[in-house]
Design a protein around this ligand. Structure first.
Ligand SMILES: [Zn+2]
Length: 196
């Protein structure tokens, strides 16, 4: 915006400088016409007129230098504004792209969440009420993980290996008993790979 403001400011400055040149040029042309008409005969007046024409020529030259200087600044400002505008467009395109990718990712996660929720509902419906309550309590206390697989004698919740006594207890427990890790108290899920 600053570059665009500078651009329009210098454009205005150029118009003003060109008008100044025009005024001086017109006045010099009027003087020259009077001089050429021969209407001025008094030597003093003639001298004054010639001197004014000379000083107007000098003034015109100075003002034309001003116009050139303003034009240079205007071109530089235009270049800067164009370059910045290009960068703004490029950044805006990146933002648009990132937003689209984020939206797509969010939509995918939403859909995945809906699927997982549905799956959980189905599974939870098959779990006894009391066990589900226990699981919920442990899950809340243990950072979202209420049950862990017992894998090669190790609780995958806290990563600790069960000792012989604990392993024996798990081994002797009925298949439908709820066994828990002595260390983290999570529900242990037995599988053929539990190492029992
Ligand atoms: Zn554990």
């Amino acid at each position: 915006m600053a570059a665009q403001t500078e651009e329009s400011d210098t454009a205005r400055e150029q118009t003003k400088a060109e008008q100044d040149v025009d005024q001086v040029r017109q006045r010099a042309a009027r003087d020259q016409k009077r001089l050429d008409s021969g209407a001025v005969t008094n030597p003093k007046d003639l001298e004054n007129l010639q001197s004014e024409i000379a000083s107007l020529a000098k003034r015109q030259g100075d003002l034309e230098d001003v116009v050139l200087e303003v034009m240079e600044r205007r071109e530089a400002a235009q270049g800067r504004a164009a370059e910045l505008s290009e960068r703004v467009d490029s950044v805006a395109a990146k933002v648009e792209d990132a937003t689209a990718r984020r939206d797509a990712a969010v939509a995918e996660l939403d859909s995945e969440e809906a699927g997982v929720r549905k799956e959980r509902e189905t599974l939870a419906a098959a779990v006894p009420e009391a066990l589900l309550t226990l699981y919920g309590k442990i899950r809340e206390r243990e950072g979202g993980v209420g049950a862990a697989r017992l894998y090669q004698r190790r609780c995958e919740g806290c990563r600790l290996e069960l000792n012989i006594t604990e392993l024996n207890e798990v081994r002797e427990a009925p298949a439908d008993a709820v066994v828990r890790c002595e260390n983290c108290r999570r529900i242990l899920v037995r599988t053929p790979e539990s190492g029992l």
